[in-house]
Design a protein around this ligand. Structure first.
Ligand code: ADP
Length: 633
């Protein structure tokens, strides 16, 4: 029998297919199962209007058979089958030359041309089987025909078609699995556990049963430890997608099992989000908020994304375009029947469709989080403990572009009751004359509470937000204001809390002490930018604050960021001395009587202010010696 040649284009495509288009060889099974399911669909729809089709809905099936000795994997379906012409046309031509001409014609390029999805029209899924098989036999009998044909090919060198015997309509595809190589264990595809896992992974929601004889071992009746092998005919797929069931029909247990199995988590999700969109885009989404961050969440290894299904068939495991970075913790899937897929089903051709879905998904997640915040506060706080930092990064990134989505979803602990508050709660209970939102940052809440400036602001009855995470201050700086109130770092900005009378007094005292301050500054040296008196401190003698754009805390964070050490960014430090503390008089006195002692006092006070402010001692040995000398006097 003469071997027929594939069309030239087909040869090229076949070669491309085997070598490059698909990144995972295992998807061949999904492609063949999808084809079988399509073929059954065709016959099933015919049966709706044509009484001559005697198969009932429950008769349809896709069967997988493994023969590891013969190294064959067989897929059988009782769908519409193919005629001789169809075998030749569908499996003998991958892309018609006319279409190539069309695509290559300059007249068809340009704005309109870009939209034409040529390759998408020509399925090449079947050929993916050549990635794992060195010979493929297809026996098929079309519905309504009494002839059957066998198509056979060993790859690019061509194919043969000849008549064969086949009792019922449908198609049997037999793959002769390649021999194992050093790099690739093709024999895996003859392992029934591997096949079961692949069906679960890619084709779980195919509408027709995918069956296979599965060998299982069980304890022999009447014995305690003797095993016997039994063969069971099992249905491998669950057929009805959970996300296509009504939310009211799905139990928490089902969600939990689905989530844990699909997303490899050991804990039930904190929240399930269901979405069904109709109109501008049609899709259903089922999403989960995990109850804890995956171990690699805050590392570079973590990959965000939702699974993407096209009419129940998974085409992408992690479609990252579907989630913004700040919601990267969301797991789940989107199923749409409208996606136009390109040649490999692994890449999507029209990203516009995807971005419409992504926008809608983002809105849904934001609104569900906001609902959770107002209706299930305790749950939301647990969520925030796990993923709050990500939302704050989102606020900071892209120059604050996402603040409308995010600003009402973030929480901070505060001086009010030590609990989490939202910005809205803060401004709602702020005093009438209060036009700022005060915050203080540090390594821990305990340390922040000890800051002299925090004490003075709370003494005025104002609430202070406690910022303990690296990203916090950067996020607020990007936000700048909330509800027309500016954010104010209690250790940085002029707090303006004094009465007019006090202000006057401080102004003239500062004026008078200029030379004293110059001497203190000179004695301390290093990073001290300026010195001044303050009337705002309660009992503390001194405190350290900063001027300019960079706060002390931001300096700390930036300088520990890899790649930033070189820049050695410095905050402009200010030593503030409590005018109402006896130390102020003492310093003035020493300025007149003993400048050497004043220098030692300055260094000790400055170090003290650093320690209280959460900074390290610059020269511990010198500091120890100074204290010791003072003790001996
Ligand atoms: P696609 O499925 O994307 O169209 P394939 O290369 O996988 O591309 O298949 C080419 C064509 O071969 C299908 O469109 C279909 O008409 C036919 N075909 C493949 N498998 C079967 C099958 N099991 N039963 C009937 N027809 C099939």
């Amino acid at each position: 029998m003469a071997k027929k040649q594939f069309k030239t284009e087909s040869k090229k495509l076949l070669d491309m297919m085997v070598n490059s288009i698909y990144t995972h060889k295992e998807i061949f099974l999904r492609e063949l199962i999808s084809n079988a399911s399509d073929a059954i669909d065709k016959l099933y729809f015919k049966s709706l209007t044509d009484d001559s089709v005697t198969l009932k809905k429950e008769d349809y099936e896709i069967r997988i058979t493994v023969d590891s000795e013969a190294r064959t994997l067989t897929l059988t379906d009782n769908g519409c089958g193919m005629t001789r012409e169809e075998l030749e046309n569908n499996l003998g031509t991958i892309a018609k030359s006319g279409s190539f001409d069309f695509k290559n014609n300059p007249e068809n390029k340009g704005e309109e041309g870009e939209k034409i999805d040529i390759i998408g029209q020509f399925g090449v899924g079947f050929y993916s089987a050549f990635m794992v098989a060195d010979k493929i036999t297809v026996e098929s009998r079309a519905y309504g025909s009494d002839e059957a044909y066998r198509w056979e090919s060993s790859g690019a060198d061509g194919y043969t078609v000849e008549p064969c015997e086949k009792e019922a309509c449908g198609t049997v595809i037999t793959l002769h699995i390649k021999d194992d190589t050093d790099d690739e264990k093709y024999g895996d595809y003859l392992n029934s556990y591997r096949i079961q896992a692949l069906v679960k992974k890619y084709s779980d929601y195919i509408r027709y049963p995918i069956r296979m004889l599965v060998e299982t071992e069980r304890i022999k009746e009447g014995t305690k430890d003797e095993y016997e092998k039994t063969v069971q005919d099992q249905t491998l797929n669950s057929m009805v997608p959970l996300w296509k069931k009504n939310a009211s029909e799905v139990t928490d247990e089902e969600y939990k099992n689905f989530y844990e199995e699909k997303f490899y988590d050991y804990e039930a999700p904190l929240k399930v989000i269901r979405q069904k969109a109709e109109g501008a885009s049609n899709f259903v989404a089922m999403m989960f908020i995990p109850s804890h961050a995956p171990y690699n969440y805050y590392s570079r290894d973590y990959e965000k994304g939702l699974q993407l299904y096209s009419s129940g068939v998974m085409i992408m495991d992690k479609c990252k375009e579907l989630l913004p970075d700040y919601f990267s913790f969301v797991r789940g899937l989107v199923d749409s029947s409208e996606l136009s897929l390109n040649i490999s089903r692994e890449m999507l051709q029209h990203n516009r469709q995807l971005s419409v879905i992504a926008k809608s998904v983002e809105k849904k997640i934001a609104s569900e989080l906001s609902k959770m915040l107002s209706a299930e506060r305790e749950k939301y706080e647990r969520f925030f403990d796990a993923f709050g930092a990500q939302l704050k990064w989102g606020l900071y990134s892209d120059y604050g572009m996402h603040k409308d989505v995010l600003q009402d979803l973030i929480l901070f602990k505060s001086s009010f009751e030590g609990k989490y508050v939202t910005l809205k709660e803060y401004v709602t209970r702020a005093k009438e004359e209060q036009n700022k939102i005060y915050f203080a940052s540090g390594d821990s809440i305990e340390k922040i509470k000890l800051l002299p400036q925090v004490e003075s602001v709370t003494a005025h009855g104002y609430e202070v937000l406690y910022l303990t995470e690296d990203v916090d201050e950067f996020a607020l700086q990007m936000l700048r204001t909330y509800s027309d109130k500016e954010f104010s770092n209690v250790c940085q900005d002029n707090l303006d809390l004094d009465t007019d009378e006090e202000k006057e007094r401080i102004k003239s005292e500062n004026e008078k002490a200029k030379e004293l301050f110059a001497l203190i500054k000179e004695s301390v040296g290093g990073n001290l930018h300026s010195v001044r008196f303050t009337a705002s401190l309660q009992n503390h003698p001194v405190c350290l604050s900063s001027e300019g754009a960079l706060s002390v805390n931001m300096e700390k964070i930036l300088n520990k960021t890899p790649g930033m050490e070189e820049a050695a960014l410095k905050a402009e430090l200010v030593l503030e001395i409590n005018i109402n503390h006896p130390i102020a008089e003492k310093l003035k006195e020493l300025f007149e009587s003993d400048k050497e002692k004043l220098a030692s006092y300055s260094k000790v006070l400055y170090t003290q202010a650093r320690l209280v402010g959460g900074l390290s001692v610059e020269d511990p040995a010198e500091f120890g010696e100074l204290i010791c000398n003072l003790m001996l006097q």
